[in-house]
Design a protein. Structure first.
Length: 431
């Protein structure tokens, strides 16, 4: 028998102590398999109206006279990986097991076998049967003497049901294997990411110690030379020493900015409720703005859940940016907040030099500071850190500006349930 024929063949086991019953099944399912009567019946039952030749079910029948013998055949078929799909089991088979005992043992070996109980008597009620075997969709009852068409119908329907269930089971096994493989891949990926984070953390420590320490030494040495030898140095040498100190300070700030960027969103910070009405004035006091620059809070500020260090960096970077680039003799910086579409929309507006539209996106990229002031040369890191923090909390940041009139930096944060109600904030609603 070819592999294709094996795949099309349905294995059926008949367990009955009466040899004449074996012959009946042989006649119904094999000898009359291609009879016009049964083919017409099958077409009627399963809706095949085609006049062309179609593949018919091919049955391979085995027989057993007692329950124990039948179970041995079930076990052997499973070991060969050619399990039986359907078993017709007689209810009375003296002197051995009865039908229920046989089915109990069959399902212990292979719970997927479809079973038809064949009985001429009411040995057990349906309630007693289900109490013994449980309610199963794999169990039907066929009354003796049985009709040939009924046997053929049971055989065709139940073997097809077994095939579909097996395909579904195989598909489920494949899906479970895919899930297992994906889970293993994700576990390996997480381990890899964890190792990368550890390496990055070690790298940050190295940068912090091994690069900043020499800079401090250079700054100390240059300062000592200027303090002790400036009168012995010429004008050009003094100018060069001050330029060196400026470059050391810039390099120090660059390293600190990179460290801030690497820490944002990577280190674990405690999330707390922060009342911004109190928090922002503290940030302003820490910045110590010049006397010619006023910073005002225009609106009532919400209470948010965040890591304090994140929002300290966020407001410090945005406010210090406005302060450092201010070119007006009387600088004004205004901090605002309104509720808009389920977000808090913050704004930090200044009357400074403004930014050209072509640079709106550039300024949020690493090391992309704009040279708009001869007195201050930025590192190009502060706004990048601010952008990373805002996006970490699910918001967006952007700028609107006009040359000569100032800039307004906006950022949004999703509203959160803090359990704090503030009726004044209801007035801060954007149209």
């Amino acid at each position: 028998m070819s592999n294709t024929e094996k795949e099309m063949t349905h294995r059926i086991l008949v367990i009955d102590d009466n040899p004449s019953i074996h012959k009946d099944f042989q006649t119904i399912l094999l000898d009359e398999e291609e009879s016009e009567t049964l083919n017409a019946l099958r077409d009627e039952v399963f809706g095949n109206k085609s006049n062309t030749n179609t593949s018919r079910s091919v049955y391979e029948l085995d027989f057993a006279s007692q329950g124990k013998e039948g179970c041995e055949k079930i076990k052997e078929a499973c070991s060969e990986d050619r399990p039986y799909e359907l078993a017709f089991v007689d209810m009375r088979m003296p002197p051995g097991w009865d039908g229920l005992k046989t089915i109990e043992n069959i399902w212990q070996i292979d719970p997927n076998v479809q079973v038809v109980i064949c009985t001429a008597y009411s040995d057990y009620s349906w309630g007693e049967i289900t109490e013994r075997l449980g309610r199963s969709e794999n169990l039907l009852i066929l009354k003796k003497p049985f009709d040939s068409a009924e046997v053929a119908q049971f055989a065709s329907a139940l073997t097809e049901k077994w095939v579909l269930a097996r395909k579904a089971s195989l598909k489920m096994s494949q899906l479970e294997q895919m899930v297992k493989e994906r889970t293993e891949q994700q576990t390996k990926l997480l381990e890899k990411v964890e190792n990368i984070n550890k390496e990055l953390k070690d790298f940050v420590s190295i940068v912090s110690h091994d690069l900043k320490a020499p800079l401090r030494g250079i700054k100390s040495l240059a300062t000592w030379i200027l303090d002790d030898c400036s009168d012995k140095l010429g004008e050009q040498a003094n100018e060069q020493m001050h330029l060196l100190l400026d470059r050391v300070e810039r390099m120090y700030n660059l390293i600190e900015g990179v460290l801030q960027y690497s820490r944002a969103g990577r280190t674990e910070e405690q999330i707390v409720q922060v009342k911004l009405d109190d928090f922002i004035p503290e940030v302003i006091d820490m910045l110590v703005p010049p006397e010619n620059i006023s910073i005002t809070i225009e609106d009532n500020m919400p209470v948010i859940k965040c890591a304090e260090t994140h929002f300290m960096q966020l407001f410090q970077n945005l406010l210090s940016n406005a302060i450092k680039y201010m070119d007006k003799p009387k600088g004004q910086i205004k901090v605002g907040c309104v509720e808009q579409d389920g977000f808090w929309k913050f704004s930090i507006a200044d009357n400074g030099p403004g930014i050209e539209k072509k640079n709106f996106e550039k300024i949020f990229k690493m090391f992309q500071a704009l040279s708009v002031s001869e007195e201050f040369e930025g590192t190009g890191v502060g706004l990048t850190v601010a952008k990373k923090i805002v996006e970490l909390y699910g918001g967006n940041i952007w700028v609107e500006s006009e040359i000569g009139k100032g800039s307004t930096f906006f950022f949004t944060l999703p509203k959160q349930e803090t359990g704090v109600n503030n009726a004044k904030l209801e007035a801060n609603i954007a149209n």
